[in-house]
Design a binder for this molecule. Structure first.
Ligand code: DX5
Ligand code: ZN
Length: 233
């Protein structure tokens, strides 16, 4: 498996052809499919739910039929019932915003109990305090930390520069966690990632990169993904 993962966000795909778009972007080299769930409550926009995820599950495969992980980013409130519904709909990873959950530890447990990998998402101005109690000795509920480098709700926004400092801070927390015997945790960055800033995000500690408009806004998805990998090399 490559050290770096590229996770195209279907938010910027052609919604009238989501199955095809999923297959095309996988053929173009996508490692994960990023699935942005917005509820017009936690964020001011509305996208798709578990039924669409379930319909796409069979398309999220390579040409050889290997399963490509569906990375569900929940921007919804409340969290738990929808997390369970997405697990049943074939999600592989499910991340939520801690400020959208009444009981963060319970939401993590719900996701793990449903057989998925669990992630916490932090907005650009969100405190990382909750990590003090979800990382460290004896804690094994967290598989992924997703840092928003734009405010959630829309594709096509510009990368917020202070995200680099925040990535560095989260990277230090993850490295400490691993030094204390904890499992490796992926650090994913989401928002405004392009060919020209992906390397800076990697140098700040990210290992997984969501990109929506940068990939789906160009006619040749492979050319963009190759250029991103080139920038990371
Ligand atoms: C924003 C979403 C992102 C979005 C990224 O709320 O979480 O995943 O699709 O889009 P770009 O890459 O265009 O910023
Ligand atoms: Zn997202």
């Amino acid at each position: 498996l490559p050290r770096f993962r590229i996770a195209p966000s279907l938010l910027s795909a052609d919604f009238a052809r989501l199955g095809e778009e999923t297959r095309t972007v996988i053929d173009a080299g996508a490692d994960w499919i990023h699935f942005d769930v917005m509820d017009n409550h936690y964020v001011p926009n509305l996208t798709f739910g578990p039924m669409v995820c379930q319909a796409l599950r069979k398309h999220a495969v390579t040409r050889d039929g290997a399963r490509v992980p569906i990375d569900v980013h929940l921007m919804v409130q409340p969290v738990d019932a929808l997390a369970q519904a997405f697990a049943a709909a074939g999600a592989d990873l499910i991340s939520f915003h801690p400020d959208a959950s009444t009981h963060v530890d319970r939401s993590l447990q719900v996701i793990k109990a449903a057989g998925c990998q669990a992630g916490l998402v932090f907005n650009p101005a969100a405190s990382l305090d909750v990590l003090e109690w979800t990382l460290g000795e004896g804690s094994d509920k967290l598989d992924l930390i997703l840092l928003m480098s734009v405010n959630p709700g829309f594709g096509g926004q510009s990368f917020i520069p202070s995200s680099l400092r925040k990535l560095e801070k989260i990277r230090r927390l993850i490295d400490d966690h691993v030094r204390q015997g904890g499992r490796e945790i992926r650090l994913e960055v989401d928002g405004g990632i392009k060919v020209d800033n992906i390397r800076a995000a990697a140098e700040a500690g990210a290992d997984t990169f969501v990109a929506g408009s940068a990939i789906f806004g160009q006619p040749d998805y492979r050319a963009v993904i190759d250029a991103m990998r080139q920038a990371l090399a």
